[in-house]
Write a protein that binds this ligand. Structure first.
Ligand SMILES: NC(=O)c1ccc[n+]([C@@H]2O[C@H](COP(=O)([O-])OP(=O)(O)OC[C@H]3O[C@@H](n4cnc5c(N)ncnc54)[C@H](O)[C@@H]3O)[C@@H](O)[C@H]2O)c1
Length: 243
């Protein structure tokens, strides 16, 4: 039986690992991103049943176009993974309003827009799974007043959608990664990376595949009755022991 997964921010990093995992599981995968080079390269690598679409998740007309195109071709959607996200870190007294707004726009408004369109489809189908990629940073991180707030919003959004969609057979959960080795964290200086790794209970970084496997678990047919939850994939950092 055909299954279709839509993953945002899937040209690289965590989203790419999620797209690869679902493709391996036999899903038709729709890769949404703004990074044409990596997106097209991934589709080429995966071969059949993989499609790349350049869509900005913050633009309502582009999100509508995306859903129209997908439903016209596939007539169904089984899994929606909202993974696209950005950071623009600074302490609040040095953070321009623009950097607050941009991060909220992509991480929260974009995720909300995708959830809104996804919810319409899933409610009608009476089945579906949504997984929103939050972050352990929603608990709070210095220098991330924009990012932490956006991800706290994603956790709240996930809980509300679990309540609104539960009766329609739709499960909605979040995954909160900790320090994961991706192009996003590769931009950090060696010194900062070392410091962050040292602050981990596991003294290591996670891999994109660690997050992808958790998303796949949450979307597995055998996984039922879990909804509205935030699952940490963070090497224990969220315990907050400060070791
Ligand atoms: N890497 C980590 O340590 C880490 C930790 C916690 C949470 N996360 C979250 O995981 C997700 C993926 O992170 P990553 O490290 O793989 O990042 P990444 O920068 O490697 O990849 C993110 C992708 O999202 C795309 N994107 C950005 N804005 C977009 C938009 N408006 N529309 C469509 N696509 C857009 C980018 O082009 C990029 O390909 C993000 O939501 C991030 O906040 C990452």
């Amino acid at each position: 039986m055909k299954k279709v997964a839509l993953i945002t921010g899937a040209a690289k990093g965590i989203g790419r690992a999620i797209a690869e995992k679902f493709h391996l599981l036999g899903y038709v995968v729709y890769i949404v991103d703004l990074d044409d080079e990596n997106g097209q390269e991934l589709v080429k690598k995966l071969g059949n049943n993989a499609f790349y679409l350049n869509i900005d998740i913050t633009k309502v007309e582009e999100v509508e176009l995306l859903f129209n195109k997908l439903l016209e071709s596939e007539n169904q959607l089984d899994v929606l993974v909202n993974n696209a996200g950005i950071i623009k870190d600074n302490v609040i007294w040095n953070m321009p309003l623009e950097d607050f707004s941009t991060v909220i726009d992509v991480n929260l408004k974009g995720t909300w827009l995708m959830c809104k369109k996804g919810a319409e489809v899933f409610k009608k189908q009476k089945n579906g799974r949504i997984v929103n990629i939050a972050s352990r940073a929603w608990l709070g991180n210095p220098g991330q007043s924009n990012y932490s707030a956006s991800k706290a919003g994603v956790v709240g959004l996930t809980r509300v959608l679990a309540l609104e969609l539960g009766r329609y057979g739709v499960l909605v959960n979040a995954v909160a990664p900790g320090l994961i080795d991706t192009p996003l964290t590769q931009k950090l200086s060696d010194e900062v990376r070392e410091k962050l790794i040292h602050a981990q209970p596991t003294k290591s970084m996670g891999k994109p595949e660690d997050v992808a496997n958790t998303v796949a678990f949450l979307c597995d047919e055998q996984t039922q009755f879990i909804t509205g939850q935030t699952i940490y994939v963070d090497g224990g950092k969220s315990i907050g022991a400060g070791i």
